[in-house]
Design a protein around this ligand. Sequence first.
Ligand SMILES: *Cc1c(COP(=O)(O)O)cnc(C)c1O
Length: 508
Amino acid sequence: MTTSNPPINTSAGTISGNRGLQLEEPLIFEMDVPGRSGVDLPDVPKHKERLAGMKRKGAVGLPGLAESQVVRHYTKLSQKNYAIDMSVYPLGSCTMKHNPRINEKIARLPGIADLHPMQPVSTVQGALELIDTLAHWLKTLTGMPAVAMSPAAGAHGELCGMLTIRAAQLAKGDARKRILVPESAHGTNPATAASIGYEVDPVPADERGRVDLAAFKAKLGPDVAGTMITNPNTCGLFENDIIDIADAVHGAGGYFYCDGANFNAIVGRVRPGDLGVDAMHINLHKTFSTPHGGGGPGSGPVVLSEALAPYAPLPYVVHGANGFDLVEHDGGKSFGRLKGFHGQMGMFSRALSYILSHGADGLRQVSGDAVLNANYLQASLRSDLSVAFPGTCMHEALFNDDFLEGTGVTTLDFAKAMIDEGYHPMTMYFPLVVHGALLMEPTETESKDGLDRYIEVVQGLARRAKAGDAAYFHGAPYHTPRRRLDETLAARQPILRWKPEETKKAAE
Ligand SMILES: *Cc1c(COP(=O)(O)O)cnc(C)c1O
């Protein structure tokens, strides 16, 4: 693509503050006109105060706006979003794939969307069958005998799996303390283990970007409860020693928790049950589509081995002679309840719709195409960027910042320049084991021409950085309503309550 744009004059602002169709928008509280309202309410009739002691001390502080202002405000905010429905969303580790519209249609069927979790079981037989059918697929695809459906996200699934492992060990009177976690792990792994009182013992990566097997074995001992390992790992690589790792941890009396967030790379090809996994969460919102991001809805069912299944959380669905039922109390070994109700019905229906519309052969092609796309990216960018680990990758391509050495441009600057190009940046500075990491995951749903346009932009920026145009990168982004934010100040002194004077002071 060629452009004949004149060079950017960074000092020239627009009168309105808008930048083309990127419209400036204040906080809703800044638009407040006291007394203005979208509805006319009648005056409150005279009445005797009965709850005087509970009377509010001051105004609630809601801004006064006309209806049209409210509609425009939220419409403009929605337009500031970058979405998978607009372009490539290359965030590594996140599996941002296209969400087929058939999923949405199914999830909105009244028989699914209008269910209430307190309905009598006899009136929700179809919903229970849906959960049971999805459970069957998840067990079949992973080669595992049991699955806990209620966890509400990947990290919640980790919590479920680790509580199950702890319950199994406590039942044997074997309270172990230490969990081995590779240095390349997603932050949720050590956080989960630590949050329930385990001591996290990091395992180094070797020069191939995989768990250092010798170092792993050296750390095993009678106090090791188990290990949490992501496979394929966060470097986008298959842990080829995974069976030896599983054998070693089992030999030491521990369990193998697998972080299955990257199942997209192997679905239909590798069954984690065959690798010696005892527990693994599946992010339905990654591998099996369903929209996510920005803290949106998720679902993280956990498949479990025979040994761990009795400790799984309540409730669970059973299929008996009289149809489907929910077991709420089993008087047995379950570690208890993980959340209210039975799981994320909207996510279940979307995921099952995705699975059934692909079929077993289609799911196998998903992982094949995801890996092919990532390797196409890696191969196309190999000579302009610097690949972190040699060889082919799985579902994501990982680069380090060697290619920026001496340019004065950092990974962060590079990412900011991508925003001006209309692309959401790739994952930056993760995994931590790679210096200045740039992690890109195209997923299987990007077409070749979409990838080619993305590659052209990344190549162009890499060449621009090497050509000595550091000043350009330091000023980016130029075309956004806000330029570079002070992320440290925003994290250290967040303004969580609207107080005009304080906000003005902080801005100065
Ligand atoms: C996304 C992800 C998680 C956490 O999953 P959430 O659903 O966001 O809680 C854990 N591990 C890895 C490797 C991931 O990519």
